[in-house]
Write a protein that binds this ligand. Structure first.
Ligand code: SOE
Length: 397
């Protein structure tokens, strides 16, 4: 009998919890998935790490990621963006497959180094764009591939959150350019750019040129006493949870916000199709509102993450949009979960993602989205920043 794959995970906050949950669900719902052992959890704060390892079912902990890479068969890099490149490259050089959170890196150069390390390794290197694994998104891609929408003319994507509306919401690594790279652009826009490319890229080609705009609304934020940790997985602000309120904690300092709070971009595809993308952490009342629409010569579709079991589709001849409930035989994962109509949620996207990634690892296959695909997204993010700086349309290099 083959030995379970020993999995090492860097990061134990929001994404650590999402992926650990996925690993725990796998053997119960995906018995054909490779057997895994939740082996080593990596972080800097020993006490918090030990508590997380206990809760997430990891047998070992390490405060240095190098120790984990020596011990494991698979490495999940779920740390803040500035710790994506070095550990991921080291793992790949040691022949250890890597699944890394998005965006691939804070800078295009680091992302290029990661892409090159992946190309030189003969193990899978995946970028964790989990929204590709929403069944409704797979269904939408099938419709587009089958020509149901005709010639694709427009794509529209937006990702709206509101966890920074309060100017006193605490500072976190996601607001620091050195650690995060960019703000709403990299954190939210990376998802939208990837999803648009996944859905329509084969039909409309790459993005030829674009016009980007970035805005920061609040320039500095309070750092609660002892908080604002930039450590490996030990961050204070994993997105939606925002690190909580500072009212009941002593505020020692205010720290600069050096990234965008919101971005928007207008894109021109090689085919002549156009697109608009926008992302913000300031959309009052929108918690995790990721939506994408595609318009073609024969039909259109609309997807919203907040109603992820559904897809709104208008086919040629329809007088209005039909809501398709994607929990039937059109869902590639439905047999693994509940009978049709028994809806699934956000956390299931991580289970599907791990199932595909670990299967690729065990079978020596390819995993998509790869580091090369993560790099392609990063090129678009970089172009949006360049366009904003120059105040003009730019090419995507
Ligand atoms: C934070 O804004 C965040 O957690 C993102 O980092 C995730 O990628 C997204 O899925 C939810 O929001």
């Amino acid at each position: 009998m083959t030995q379970p794959l020993k999995v090492g995970v860097l990061g134990y906050r929001f994404m650590g919890k999402a992926h650990a949950n996925a690993m725990a669900r796998l053997p119960m719902f995906f018995p054909d998935a490779p057997a895994i052992e939740r082996h080593t959890l990596v972080g800097r704060d020993e006490e918090a790490l030990a508590e997380a390892a206990e809760r997430f079912g990891f047998a070992h902990t390490a405060t240095d990621w190098r120790d984990a890479i020596d011990e494991v068969d698979v490495f999940y890099n779920l740390g803040p963006n500035h710790v994506h490149a070095e550990p991921s490259i080291a793992a790949l050089e040691a022949g250890v497959p890597v699944l890394c959170e998005k965006p691939l890196a804070p800078t295009l150069d680091e992302a290029a180094a990661m892409r090159d390390a992946a190309a030189a390794a003969d193990v899978p290197a995946g970028t964790a764009f989990n929204y590709r694994f929403v069944p409704a998104i797979r269904y939408a891609k099938g419709l587009i591939e089958d020509g149901e929408l005709g010639e694709i003319r427009q794509v529209r994507g937006r990702y709206l959150q509101d966890w920074l509306v309060d100017p006193e919401a605490p500072w976190a690594w996601r607001m620091d350019a050195d650690m995060a790279g960019s703000g709403a652009l990299g954190d939210l826009g990376a998802h939208t750019v990837d999803l648009a490319g996944f859905l329509v890229g084969d039909e409309v080609g790459g993005i030829d040129r674009l016009s980007g705009h970035l805005q920061t609304f609040v320039d500095e934020r309070p750092v609660p006493d002892g908080d604002g940790d930039s450590g490996e997985g030990g961050d204070s602000g994993e997105g939606g949870d925002g690190g909580g309120d500072v009212d009941d904690r002593a505020v020692e300092e205010y720290r600069d916000v050096t990234v965008d709070d919101a971005y928007s971009a207008q894109v021109a595809y090689e085919s002549g199709a156009t697109g608009t993308f926008e992302g913000t952490r300031f959309a009052t009342g929108h918690k995790n509102d990721h939506a994408i629409e595609v318009h073609g010569s024969k039909g259109s579709l609309k997807f919203s993450l907040e109603r992820l079991n559904e897809l709104e589709v208008l086919r040629e001849g329809d007088r209005g949009f039909q809501t398709v409930l994607v929990t039937d035989e059109t869902d590639p994962y439905v047999d693994h979960w509940w009978p049709p109509g028994h809806v699934i949620g956000w956390e299931h996207t991580f289970v599907h993602e791990s199932y595909e990634f670990l299967s690729a690892v065990a079978e020596g296959g390819e995993f998509s989205p790869s580091f090369a695909e993560g790099y392609a997204v990063q090129e678009v993010l970089d172009a949006i920043e360049r366009s904003d700086e120059r105040g003009e349309w730019v090419s995507v290099e």
